[in-house]
Design a protein around this ligand. Structure first.
Ligand code: TXA
Ligand code: MG
Length: 536
């Protein structure tokens, strides 16, 4: 048992103390924006060897090296390729690790016999300060006992590492919450070996192309040699059995809520706090909310804490986030926690397509529908039809918006004028119309073997919870303006006002699994996109 010192990252003397321990060959757990790392001087083989003992880590699983300035790369990599510079420019400092051919200076204890080494330039100011003060790159895996969920706060690190290492440097909660994206750039095309906050799509945007290793999504096949040794091991796993449910959130919620009494449940906020579910909730021993169903950044932030907090329950039932794009990181961790045993709860793909006016989302929805042979549900058209045929809906609208009553019929233009000028009126109208449109969507989904939902307010209406994948479509502002003016015959000011009333493109980047830019007609990557979006 080592006398572990507890140091504060808010205090410069404590950071200096941590740096001294590291420079002298000791082990210190340090905060980073992804997860806490268990650090040692990367050029000191003996020090690095102690990391493996403290974690109980298999001897063949290499470590990531952390730097705080680009000059250190030349000591670690035999060559710094153009690809690396481009990715560094876009994503460093940040949650991206790049694998390249190593120099002889990197000891075998770090690379575990491989001729490559992974390097990351973290964003966390305390991590960077420690590296700078120790004046050496730091080798650091996640600071958990091997196989356990990674630590995303100080308490997690203490739980696993107290008494096993020289010091823990406190630095609050880790902002990102899943480990860095690991990308191998030794080949022609960048290969993602571990998904994280920097997605395959973001890397492809910078380099022109990128792909994700097949073992990431489906696990290793019998006898297959892993590209990354870490892929071999059961990981992130609590001691309790884990049941994982994949598909549209509404479908997976139903499954998770049928967990036996006393189970622990990890689910989206809409269900954790939704009135419909409160009776079932009371029978569970623990409920860990993962954030709203669309909020991939929050899922990543909470996932390891949720797994740790449920440990010890007779079973853990988990509502799995959607797996493509920004969800890939969290899903990968959950798949491994569940040893790739999961249940699919939605039989056919339901692809939600959304975006602002003039983004060209309906065009993309149509292309996807053609490509996949799926029918498209056009929410705008359905709304117009319901105004003609749904007596219950129109009566409720007319009772609340008498100014829009034209001899018992809803005057759509008058109604639009009212709600355009008054935000709370708009929300109130939507509280009437959205459930009616969503009911139509549910029928449409049940009648078809796969479909596209073209819905401007996909998330706001709750219809995103019916989807197995969501796609946000964006376009440059001037292009959106031109399209609105040409299509709807309104002037520039009118078009600008309409755009100003809608959420920013960032909203779609945060809330959709994948976002694409549709600046011209004739979208060239539609096949690749379609293939990704139909994965269940
Ligand atoms: O966010 C992170 O990356 C955190 C923080 C502390 O920086 N670190 C981290 O390290 O997650 P670790 O050791 O828990 O995970 C490193 C992963 C392992 O799956 C390992 O197999 C893989 O990266 N890896 C490391 N070096 C590699 C290499 N040369 N080739 C292929 N895979 C490698
Ligand atoms: Mg780890």
């Amino acid at each position: 048992m080592i006398d572990t010192r507890l140091l504060s990252g808010n205090n410069n003397e404590d950071i200096a103390e941590a740096a001294t321990i590291l420079a002298q060959g000791g082990l210190v757990a340090i905060p980073t924006e992804t997860v806490y790392g268990l650090a040692a001087d990367a050029f000191n083989g003996e020090a690095v060897e102690k990391i493996f003992k403290a974690k109980g880590r298999p001897q063949d699983n290499p470590l990531i090296v952390h730097i705080e300035k680009m000059e250190r790369l030349k000591d670690l990599w035999s060559d710094v390729p153009e690809k690396a510079l481009k990715l560094a420019d876009a994503f460093w400092p940040g949650p991206l690790t790049m694998i390249m051919t190593k120099t002889d200076k990197v000891p075998k204890e770090v690379s575990c016999g491989l001729n490559t080494v992974g390097v990351r330039f973290p964003e966390h100011p305390i991590a960077r300060k420690v590296i700078e003060m120790a004046d050496t790159p730091l080798a650091a895996p996640s600071a958990n006992l091997s196989g356990k969920p990674s630590p995303t706060n100080f308490a997690h690190v203490k739980q696993d590492m107290y008494g096993r290492i020289d010091a823990i440097l406190e630095g609050g909660d880790c902002f990102v919450g899943v480990e860095s994206t690991v990308v191998d750039i030794t080949g022609d095309v960048a290969r993602v070996l571990r998904p994280g906050a920097i997605t395959e799509e973001m890397i492809a945007d910078v380099l022109g192309n990128a792909f994700t290793d097949s073992a990431v999504e489906d696990g290793l096949k019998e006898g297959e040699k892993p590209r990354s040794p870490g892929m071999k091991y059961r990981h992130y796993a609590p001691a309790s059995p884990v049941m994982l449910f994949c598909g549209a959130p509404d479908d997976t919620a139903a499954k998770v809520m049928s967990a036996p009494e006393g189970s622990a449940v990890i689910c989206f906020n809409e269900y954790a706090y939704g009135y419909d579910y409160i009776p079932q909730m009371s029978s569970f021993s623990k409920i860990a909310p993962l954030g709203n169903s669309w909020d991939h950044a929050m899922h990543a932030h909470r996932i390891f804490d949720a797994l740790r907090s449920c440990d010890g329950a007779p079973a853990i039932y988990i509502q799995c986030p959607r797996r493509m794009g920004a969800g890939a990181g969290s899903v990968n961790r959950l798949m491994r926690a569940a040893s790739f045993n999961f249940e699919r709860c939605t039989p056919y793909p339901v692809i939600g397509v959304t975006g602002r006016s003039g983004s060209g989302k309906s065009y993309i929805a149509m292309l996807l529908g053609e490509k996949l042979g799926y029918p498209v549900f056009d929410a705008d058209a359905v709304y117009k039809r319901l105004l003609e045929v749904d007596v219950n809906m129109t009566q409720r609208i007319l009772r609340n918006f008498p100014e829009a009553d034209n001899c018992g019929k809803v005057d759509r233009k008058a109604l639009a004028k009212i709600v355009f000028a008054d935000k709370s009126a708009k929300l109130f109208l939507e509280s009437i119309t959205h459930p009616c449109i969503a009911d139509e969507a549910k029928k449409f989904i049940a009648e078809n073997k796969g479909c596209i939902l073209d819905v401007p307010l996909l998330h706001e209406s709750g219809m995103g919870r019916l989807c197995t994948a969501t796609l946000g479509v964006t376009a440059d502002d001037d292009i959106k303006l031109q399209r609105i003016i040409a299509r709807d015959g309104i002037d520039t000011d009118g078009a600008k006002a309409r755009l100003a009333a809608q959420p920013s493109d960032d909203f779609y980047r945060e809330s959709c699994d994948i976002t694409i830019k549709n600046n011209q007609e004739g979208f060239e990557k539609i096949e690749e996109l379609a293939e990704k979006l139909i994965k269940l």
